[in-house]
Design a binder for this molecule. Structure first.
Ligand SMILES: Nc1ncnc2c1ncn2[C@@H]1O[C@H](COP(=O)(O)OP(=O)(O)OP(=O)(O)O)[C@@H](O)[C@H]1O
Length: 269
């Protein structure tokens, strides 16, 4: 988390508990509402988002889907409070929540052990109270707690990143393509693990993906983004309980969505 990139300015990292050990936020486990209104977002004068509006109820799992470059990461970055340079409003319906963040790459500190990577996001008083170990155990990572990240497989490193995000007991979990570039069986195991973790530690979730199947499998509601400049073009509520969404149902819903006349859906194919 200490490696800044152009779209994740280091100066604003204190907003994300998973990125910053000293962040406190609201009481742990306090699921929050999320209301984000981006009237306009520009990079160097170029407007990339216009009139994007989204709202999540406490505990709701929202998936943002859309074609590459349409502004999903930008919207998530704004929701995380990491980019305040936009015209609009961000509101949690109460105090700022504890944030958990999971990115496209695990972003572990290579010079710290797995255990330390998780413990470091916790308030000082909780760094040696067994919390890190409990979350590592929940992810099946006890055996590598004292290893350095360089010794882990890609899937294990992602599990550490998930453990780190859940260890803070986030009220709001922000995930940016967290399972991209994993082989499909590993990605499926990670999605199942995410579902289990959310049952254990419920949070409001904003999940960015370009993978429509993944969104159908996980989300309570899918927001389909349309480019140029980006806005939410359509919303798809998913009523079937997550546990009952097998491959056949996911494929059926996907086919139905891709057949819709709205061009925003065709861009997802
Ligand atoms: N720091 C930046 N400076 C200038 N332009 C940027 C910056 N960050 C993003 N952009 C531009 O804003 C647009 C939206 O980018 P963003 O990364 O949010 O899209 P995305 O939908 O998440 O893409 P992908 O699915 O490929 O990750 C793109 O045109 C991108 O080039």
């Amino acid at each position: 988390m200490r490696t800044p990139s152009p779209s994740w300015p280091s100066s604003n990292f204190s907003s994300c508990a998973s990125c910053n050990p000293s962040s406190s936020g609201s009481p742990a486990g306090g699921r929050c509402a999320l209301r984000l209104e981006i009237r306009s977002k520009r990079f160097a004068g170029r407007e990339v988002i216009r009139g994007l509006s989204l709202a999540a109820a406490p505990g709701e799992f929202l998936a943002l889907v859309g074609p590459s470059g349409c502004g999903k990461t930008t919207a998530l970055t704004i929701a995380a409070g990491l980019d305040r340079d936009f015209d609009g409003t961000l509101d949690f319906g109460g105090p700022e929540p504890v944030l958990g963040c999971v990115f496209q790459t695990p972003r572990l500190l290579p010079w710290r052990t797995v255990r330390q990577n998780v413990a470091l996001v916790l308030p000082k008083a909780r760094r040696s109270d067994g919390t890190a170990e409990r979350w590592l155990a929940a992810m099946g990572l006890e055996a590598v707690a004292d290893e350095f990240p360089g010794r882990l497989s890609g899937g294990m490193a992602r599990r550490v990143a998930l453990a780190r995000a859940f260890a803070v007991e986030p009220g709001l979990l922000l995930m940016d393509e967290p399972f991209v570039s994993l082989d499909e069986p590993t990605a499926q195991r990670m999605r199942a693990l995410l579902t289990t973790m959310l049952e254990r530690s419920p949070a409001t979730v904003l999940f960015v993906t370009h993978n429509l199947r993944e969104a159908i499998q996980l989300a309570d509601r899918i927001l389909v983004m349309a480019p140029g400049p980006t806005r939410v073009a359509a919303e798809v509520p998913l009523k079937t309980p997550r546990a009952l969404r097998d491959d056949a149902l996911v494929e059926r819903v996907r086919a139905e969505l891709l057949a819709r006349p709205d061009p925003a859906f065709r861009l997802l194919a």
